[in-house]
Design a protein around this ligand. Structure first.
Ligand SMILES: [Zn+2]
Length: 243
């Protein structure tokens, strides 16, 4: 586990990369390998995160009022959460199968787990899945699923990456449980044992030609990263209101 930043009382978010770090391997199509792509999103997110923390530390060293009318803390908005990621080595306590990670996350006091995936079945929509198997978590799971879905909607629908069907929204929130079948069952299997609020993200379809081309571009990685940054920020605020 890498604790990118330690600060008491901030919500702890664990960004868990699907298929990497001890889980089974994921899907691949053309240049995109599911786990590698999600690890690239994590790297790019951590880069932004680290830059923001440095800025925050620098500004905190300045006098509170830099000059008349310019207040140091107005120069940035602090990141409202602590980020945990799993590094790819076995010493890492968050390394392992999804259920092992979830168990460890619970012990480490994680508030939310975001399980990152890319879909494959040539669809053109996005999915945010949550489980109803742990009854006391249903409400929180559902809440964070909708927050994440809204960000995907804001970022990926206007640029025509995710598209609504005749009777289906461009970003679908899947409400899964142990009775689910097919793809919803596979989603549920990754998250059902979690005793921490958890959602599973299928950002887009790596084998959809438009999505594949987008993911493989610099812009695609930048926007995918932004979706996570924006969603984590909003989820952290929501989690803050639970405490
Ligand atoms: Zn996957």
């Amino acid at each position: 586990m890498e604790m990118v930043r330690t600060m008491d009382k901030l919500p702890k978010i664990f960004l868990s990369c699907g298929h990497a770090n001890g889980a089974r391997t994921g899907a691949r199509y053309k240049n995109i390998i599911e786990e590698d792509y999600n690890l690239a999103i994590i790297d790019s997110l951590v880069e932004t995160f680290t830059a923001r923390i440095s800025l925050e530390n620098l500004i905190n060293k300045l006098p509170p009022i830099i000059y008349d009318g310019l207040i140091a803390t107005d120069l940035y908005s602090p990141i409202p959460y602590e980020l945990l990621i799993a590094q790819d080595n076995k010493e890492n306590p968050l390394y392992g199968t999804y259920s092992q990670r979830q168990k460890k996350a619970k012990e480490l006091g994680v508030d939310v787990i975001i399980q990152m995936h890319l879909n494959s079945a040539k669809g053109n929509y996005g999915v945010v899945g949550f489980s109803r198997d742990k009854r006391k978590l249903i409400e929180k799971n559902e809440k964070i699923a909708h927050i994440f879905a809204k960000v995907m909607d804001e970022e990926l629908v206007p640029i025509n990456i995710l598209k609504a069907g005749k009777n289906t929204p461009a970003v679908q929130v899947w409400n899964c449980n142990s009775e689910s079948t097919g793809a919803a069952r596979r989603v549920n299997n990754c998250i059902r044992t979690s005793e921490v609020p958890t959602v599973l993200i299928e950002l887009m379809f790596l084998d959809n030609e438009v999505h594949n081309l987008f993911l493989d571009s610099e812009e695609g990685l930048r926007i995918s990263t932004r979706v996570y940054i924006k969603a984590l920020e909003r989820i952290a605020k929501e989690v803050g209101s639970w405490k």
